[in-house]
Design a protein around this ligand. Structure first.
Ligand code: EPU
Length: 417
C-alpha cells in the first residue's frame, strides 16, 4: 500500500493543466471495440484505471499502443479474438461493466467477471442488464460471472429507473450496432455521456439527444475506428478549485470546459471564493474566511457526487455549519471517520452529514478508502497543522494523474513514501 504524506501548505498558487476525463476515457476505450479497425484517442489521462483497461483489452486480443505521457492511445480492435475475460483486472474496475455492450454488439456474446471499483456501498448493474435484455440479449449471472448472448440485437424503447451513467453508456454502445432504433428515456446527462455520443457519431453511429434526458440511437450495420480527443476532467478541475478554497490560495487551471463546472463553481462561489472564467481556463481566488454551504449530490446538472468528499474537506474549516446530503451512492461517507481523525466535527444523520467548521485541524495517519476520499484527505491535510500520512495512495492514482507533481507546482508540501 503506497502512502502520500502532506504537510500544512499555505495558500497554493500557480497554474495546472487539467488531464482528460477519467470517466469519459473509461467509456470511450471500450467503445473502440465496436469497430473492427483502429481508433486513436487523445487526451487520455495517465491514471492507473486506464492502464488496467489497456491490459484488459490486450487480453481480449486488441492491439493497444499507449503513449501515456502524450495522452495518446491507439487501439486496433481488428484483432479482437476473445469475448470472455476471466481477468482479475475486471474485478478492479467498475467501468469494466462497459465491456458488455460493445462485446455483445460486435460478436454476439460477452462474459466478464462481476466488476469491482471503489467501495461506495452497493453498486449493482441491474439497469445495464435490463437494458441489454430489452435489446434482445439473454443474460445470466453465475459463479461471479455475467454472461450475455444475442444472435441479433434489436432496437427497443427503454426507460431507465434511474439516470445511471454506466447503464446509459452500455445501452448506447450496444444500440449503436443493433437493428433499428433504440429510444432511451430518463438517461444520464453527464458531459461524459455527451463525449461518448460524439465518439460513436465520429465512428459513423447515429446518436441523438445526448445531454438531454432522452437519447435516440439508430443502429448501424458497422462502425469504423475514429480519432477523438477526450474532454477535460471536470472532477479533477473541481478538486483543484477546492484546493484553492481550502488553502485560501490562487489556482489557475487550463484545459477546462467551464460550462461542465457550473454546478461545482456555483457552490464554491457560495463559500466566498471568486472564480474568474475564460474560454477554456479559469482562476480560483480563495479566501481566509470560508463560508459554510449546504449541498445535495444529484445526477448532472446537479452537484456531482464525485466532488462531495472534497467539498466536505473544505467545509471542515468553514465559519459555521454546512449540511451535505449524498443521494447518489448509499455508502459514500467513508472519508468522514478519516476527516474526524484530523479533528473535524462531522455528524452523519442518515444520508446527510452535518459539518461544523473548526479553527484547527491537526495532521494524523489516515486511510484513503476510495479515490475521492483520498482527494479529500489531501485537501484537509494541506490545512492541518503538522503532517498527514495518507495510506492507500493507489486509490488516488486510479483517477488523478501526477497528483504530487501538480500539487508541488502549486507550492504544496506533498511527497510519496
Ligand atoms: N445503480 C443501480 N443499478 C445499476 C446502476 C446504478 O442501482 O444498474 C445505482 C448505483 O448503485 C448508484 C446510482 O445508481 O447508487 C448511480 O450509479 P451510476 O450507474 O450513475 O454510476 P456508475 O456508472 O457506476 C459513474 C462514475 C462514478 C460516478 C457515477 C455518478 C465511471 C467509471 N464512474 O459510475 O465515478 O460517481 O457515475 O456520477 O464513470 C469516481 O469517478 O470517483 C466515480 C465513482
Amino acid at each position: 500500500m503506497g502512502k502520500i504524506v502532506v504537510g500544512k501548505s499555505e495558500a497554493l498558487r500557480g497554474t495546472v493543466r487539467v488531464s482528460g476525463a477519467k470517466n469519459a476515457a473509461l467509456a470511450i476505450i471500450p467503445a473502440t471495440i465496436l469497430a473492427s479497425d483502429t481508433s486513436v484517442l487523445e487526451n487520455v489521462p495517465p491514471i492507473s484505471d486506464v492502464h488496467v483497461y489497456r491490459d484488459i483489452l490486450e487480453e481480449l486480443g486488441l492491439q493497444v499502443d499507449y503513449a501515456s505521457a502524450a495522452g495518446k492511445m491507439t487501439i486496433n480492435a481488428d484483432t479482437l479474438n476473445n469475448y470472455r475475460t476471466s481477468s482479475d483486472k475486471v474485478r478492479q474496475l467498475r467501468a469494466s461493466s462497459l465491456l458488455l455492450g460493445p462485446l455483445l454488439a460486435r460478436g454476439g456474446e460477452a462474459q466478464i467477471a462481476m466488476p469491482g471499483g471503489c467501495d461506495l456501498g452497493p453498486r449493482p448493474i441491474d439497469y445495464h442488464l435490463k437494458g441489454l435484455a430489452a435489446l434482445g440479449a439473454e443474460i445470466s449471472v453465475e459463479h461471479g460471472y455475467i454472461r450475455a448472448k444475442a444472435k441479433e440485437l434489436k432496437g427497443a424503447e427503454i426507460y431507465l429507473d434511474y439516470p445511471s451513467v454506466g447503464a446509459t453508456e452500455n445501452i448506447m454502445m450496444a444500440a449503436a450496432l443493433a437493428k433499428g432504433t433504440t429510444t432511451l428515456e430518463n438517461v444520464a446527462r453527464e458531459p461524459e455521456i455527451v463525449d461518448l455520443a460524439s465518439f460513436l457519431n465520429v465512428m459513423g453511429g447515429k446518436v441523438k439527444g445526448a445531454g438531454t434526458d432522452t437519447i435516440k440511437v439508430t443502429g448501424s450495420p458497422r462502425l469504423s475506428g475514429a480519432d477523438h480527443a477526450i474532454i477535460p476532467d471536470r472532477i479533477e478541475a473541481g478538486t483543484f478549485i477546492a484546493a484553492a478554497a481550502a488553502t485560501g490560495g490562487e489556482v489557475g487551471l487550463t484545459n477546462v470546459i467551464p460550462k461542465h463546472l457550473d454546478p461545482i463553481c456555483a457552490k464554491i462561489r457560495e463559500m466566498g471564493v471568486d472564480i474568474d472564467i475564460k474560454e477554456d481556463a479559469l482562476t480560483a481566488y480563495g479566501t481566509d474566511r470560508i463560508k459554510p454551504v449546504d449541498l445535495k449530490t444529484l445526477p448532472y446538472p446537479g452537484f456531482p457526487t464525485d466532488m462531495q468528499a472534497q467539498m466536505m474537506a473544505v467545509t471542515c474549516k468553514a465559519q459555521g455549519t454546512s449540511v451535505i446530503t449524498e443521494t447518489v451512492f448509499e455508502g459514500r461517507y467513508k472519508h468522514v471517520d478519516e476527516l474526524k481523525r484530523l479533528g473535524a466535527n462531522i455528524k452523519v444523520e442518515g444520508r446527510s452529514a452535518v459539518v461544523t467548521g473548526v479553527e484547527r485541524l491537526s495532521g494524523a495517519a489516515v486511510s484513503a478508502t476510495d479515490l475521492r476520499a483520498g482527494a479529500a484527505l489531501l485537501l484537509a491535510g494541506f490545512t492541518a497543522d503538522g503532517e498527514t500520512e495518507i495510506d492507500g495512495a493507489e486509490h488516488i492514482d486510479r483517477g488523478y494523474a501526477g497528483i504530487e507533481a501538480k500539487f508541488t507546482r502549486l507550492g504544496a508540501k506533498i511527497r510519496r513514501v
